[in-house]
Design a protein around this ligand. Structure first.
Ligand code: HEM
Length: 58
């Protein structure tokens, strides 16, 4: 549990990216082909809609 929570709050890979090869829609956001999409695992792992203790300190 300690390792899981440490990896959640302090992920080694805190951000990832993908290049889009075709148009897409995710949660009403239109994402054109040829774009680069970044997202943050660090923020996702602290999102209050997902985690009860979202930003909880260890
Ligand atoms: C602390 C150690 C490591 C870190 C932080 C790390 C991090 C990453 C990251 C961020 C990616 C890109 C993931 C993505 O964009 O989806 C990746 C891909 C990859 N890593 Fe590592 N990596 C580590 C160790 C290793 C080791 C030891 C190996 C092989 C023995 C390895 C093999 C690969 C391969 C083959 C991919 C490409 C996977 C794919 O595109 O399907 N990684 N790694």
């Amino acid at each position: 549990m300690i390792i899981d929570k440490t990896m959640r709050l302090y992920p080694t890979v805190w951000q990832l990216m993908r290049h889009t090869i075709q148009d897409d829609v995710i949660n009403d956001y239109h994402i054109p082909a040829g774009y680069t999409v970044f997202w943050s695992n660090y923020m996702l792992h602290r999102h209050p809609a997902i985690w009860e203790d979202g930003d909880g300190a260890l």
